[in-house]
Design a protein around this ligand. Structure first.
Ligand code: SF4
Length: 425
């Protein structure tokens, strides 16, 4: 258990601030959780977790009570005899995959998702994926990535999944914009319309809705990150020659405007055309936020590290909703990707990278913030102590990006405060 305080880079624009780096017990979901939103996005993919009953239970509880006629994720259970090395887990896996693909001819892309148990028995899933791809191509492509709690937190599962897709993307010399990170279809459609109104294109979204529609990339591709947790994916795309457009993240009105403007500038969209394309949605979103601001203004908020969305959310809540930031924790801080966010946080905001959960709980209890944003595991105990919490997982499952969603995003924070006021009355 230790904590190190390091100055953040001066070019982040917030040079007086320091980031405390903590290493200790963590209280976060593993990367398997990402399957919940990824399987909704890539509609002909299937996610086969190679894991234990614990992994299967996590998937069920994270998915809630979702009954699918045709679920698009499942768990190949590694039994005790596999763990003891008494059975050939590869043969077992081949049998499970054969059964699955026979039953589900609609599957075009199969992800073998590694877990803690598959790592413990050192099951080589990349070899398994190659072997199975050889068997089932061209009908089904088989890829692998790790969602294990040893290697990933919560949103890093999406990063690992998308990074595994990058080598499969075709090559092009064409100039295009690639929006990277899973967005709800409704949000994606809104952004596509805004880019079209600016005359900016072609625009592709990654991941695509269908496995066969992977966009082509190359040195003419400029990428705009829609999510702040995609370090490996961005690196993999950069290795294909793709250039990243530096931008804030599209949370809140300011963030959305800055994100769209960064793309427009990179593609030389004239200012007048940009304003004409964005003005109506921008003004409507600003008015909607103003109606909610009194609910949040002056209230204090404490972020536990969970989704890596914490910095853009904190920037939104402080700058646009007038909330006071007590502490902003994040599991991992990518200083280049988050440079715009760091520059816009109020000077002196306590930033914590990593986690030592007991120490952080002590600080939270001492501060008694009006609202605590944290994972499910911490929310119940903190509520029992009389604190008001917001589950960070909801912020990943809900469409929150873009102008039309800015008020919904503010509403997600206003609702628990409103409920707490009613209970106290
Ligand atoms: Fe638990 Fe590891 Fe399975 Fe995640 S991958 S549910 S942390 S056993």
């Amino acid at each position: 258990m230790n904590a190190v305080t390091i100055p953040i880079r001066a070019d982040a624009g917030c040079s007086d601030d320091v980031v405390t780096r903590e290493r200790g017990q963590r209280e976060v979901f593993c990367g398997l959780t990402g399957i919940i939103w990824l399987h909704r996005k890539i509609q002909d993919a299937f996610f086969l977790v190679v894991g234990s009953r614990t992994c299967a239970h996590l998937m069920q509880s994270a998915a809630g009570v979702m009954i699918f006629a045709q679920p698009r994720f499942g768990t190949a259970i590694i039994e005790e005899r596999d763990l003891a090395g008494l059975a050939d887990a590869n043969e077992e896996l081949d049998r499970v995959v054969a059964r699955l693909l026979e039953r589900r001819p609609d599957i075009r892309l199969l992800f073998l998702v590694g877990s803690c148990p598959s790592e413990v028995i050192k099951l080589d899933l990349s070899r398994a994926a190659q072997r199975l791809s050889g068997q089932y191509l061209p009908q089904v492509r088989v890829l692998n990535y790790s969602g294990s709690g040893i290697e990933t937190t919560f949103t890093q599962g999406e990063d690992a999944c998308l990074a595994s897709l990058v080598p499969q993307m075709p090559t092009t010399e064409e100039a295009s914009l690639l929006v990277v990170g899973t967005l709800a279809d409704v949000v994606e459609d809104q952004f596509a319309r805004l880019f079209q109104a600016m005359g900016l294109g072609p625009v592709h979204f990654f991941p695509p809705r269908r496995a066969g529609e992977l966009p082509a990339v190359g040195p003419g591709t400029r990428m705009l990150l829609a999510q702040p947790f995609l370090a490996d994916t961005a690196r993999a795309l950069e290795s294909r020659g793709v250039q990243r457009i530096a931008a804030p993240f599209p949370l809140g009105v300011e963030g959305t405007l800055g994100w769209l403007r960064a793309a427009a500038d990179a593609f030389d969209v004239p200012a007048a055309r940009f304003d004409a394309a964005t003005r109506t949605a921008h003004e409507r979103a600003q008015a909607a936020l103003q109606r909610l601001r009194p609910e949040l203004e002056g209230r204090s908020v404490f972020f536990f590290p969970d989704s890596q969305l914490e910095l853009p959310l904190a920037r939104f809540l402080s700058r646009e909703m007038g909330m006071r930031l007590i502490e902003v924790g994040t599991p991992y801080l990518h200083r280049a990707h988050l440079a715009h966010e760091l520059a816009q946080l109020p000077a002196g905001t306590p930033l914590v990278e990593g986690q030592d959960v007991e120490r952080q709980l002590d600080r939270c209890r001492a501060a008694r913030p009006d609202l605590v944003v944290c994972g499910l595991g911490l929310a119940n105990p903190l509520e029992a102590e009389g604190m008001t919490t917001k589950w960070s997982i909801e912020l990943v499952f809900t469409p929150i990006q873009g102008f039309e969603q800015a008020a919904d995003l503010a509403g997600l924070f206003a609702r628990p405060l409103h409920r707490a006021r009613l209970l106290a009355a």
